[in-house]
Design a protein. Structure first.
Length: 327
């Protein structure tokens, strides 16, 4: 097992008023490019119009590594966005913010291995929990696989370990599960402990599963896929949305309980340059572009089709991490 010693360093918080948050997350009033299954469509939408029957998702945590700014918001079942709270400044330089369920999130900084836990409430507030590392530095991927369990992977040498975050934010080592192949660029959870590994340079893709005690089982080799996908996002029910930012190409597929992959539909070209595509539950996803703050929502159907929902930003540019704090 890999020893993960604890350092006594806490996440710092300050109070950002709701008024400032509103300024930061001002919704674009002009017409912006939406995603369409047959190409970019034009639409304008009110991000704050939630409606009487709207149901909000779990809260989203937006974080900017350069200055520690952090805010929360949520997307309802119609794809509308509402601001919640300003919850940072946090410490600078977090490279990963990963949801572990129950509103809890793990913050990790690859440069020095610092790791802390916190919790986002249903109304978007934030509470510090525990300092749980120094972990080993240099983890490139930290993927939640359910039940508080996490898969840590380092692309340079294929090292992989599992651990679990407790209900009070503590951390326990589970197992060393790799050397895996080096160079995986994406490790995406598809539910039930199963994960899809993808390497953008050559399109290689495999599936595997993390057990309740942190062991790992190989499942299937499912690609050569097309090379160059920049984002692979879970849309629930084993479904995945693949997107390539350079040309807007987008397709859907699904992974079954045995780790087999089935192609579903071609759903783009989408707009170019999305930097974040985050699942918000119920098949809905939030697209965000850090360069200009453009943000839209859409939904992936049970058969892999795609529907435009709302244009919800101009948000503040430069968010580096957008994480759903799943409850």
């Amino acid at each position: 097992m890999i020893n993960l010693p604890i350092e006594g360093i806490n996440v710092k918080r300050n109070s950002i008023s709701r008024a400032l948050w509103t300024i930061l997350m001002t919704i674009a009033t002009g017409v912006a490019v939406l995603l369409g299954a047959s190409g970019p469509a034009q639409a304008s939408a009110s991000a704050g119009d939630l409606g009487v029957s709207a149901v909000a998702s779990d809260p989203l945590l937006f974080y900017r590594s350069s200055d520690g700014l952090a805010v929360t918001g949520s997307v309802d079942n119609g794809g509308n966005f509402t601001s919640l709270q300003g919850v940072g400044g946090f410490s600078l330089g977090w490279t990963h913010v990963t949801s572990v369920g129950g509103g809890r999130v793990l913050f990790y900084r690859a440069s020095d291995g610092l790791a802390v836990t916190g919790a986002v409430s249903n109304v978007g507030g934030f509470v510090n929990l525990q300092t749980v590392g120094g972990f080993s530095p240099g983890w490139t991927h930290i993927t939640s696989v359910g039940g508080g369990r996490l898969l840590f992977y380092r692309a340079s040498d294929g090292l992989a370990v599992t651990g679990v975050v407790t209900s009070v934010g503590g951390f326990a080592n589970l197992q060393t599960v790799g050397g895996f192949s080096p160079g995986w660029t994406h490790i995406t959870s598809v539910g039930g402990g199963r994960v899809l590994f993808y390497r953008a340079s050559d399109g290689l893709a495999v599936t595997g599963a993390v057990s309740n005690v942190g062991g790992f089982t190989n499942l299937q080799t499912v690609g050569g896929f097309s090379p160059g996908w920049t984002h692979i996002t879970s849309a629930g029910g084993g479904r995945l949305l693949f997107y390539r930012s350079g040309d807007g190409l987008a397709v859907t597929g699904s992974v079954d309980n045995g780790g087999n992959f089935t192609s579903l539909q071609g759903v783009g070209g989408f707009s170019l340059g999305w930097t974040h595509i985050t699942s918000v539950g119920g098949g809905r996803v939030l697209f965000y572009r850090a360069s200009d703050g453009l943000a839209v929502t859409g939904a992936v159907s049970n058969v892999g089709g795609f529907t435009n929902l709302q244009t919800v930003g101009g948000f503040t540019p430069g968010w580096t991490l957008v994480t759903l704090a799943s409850t």
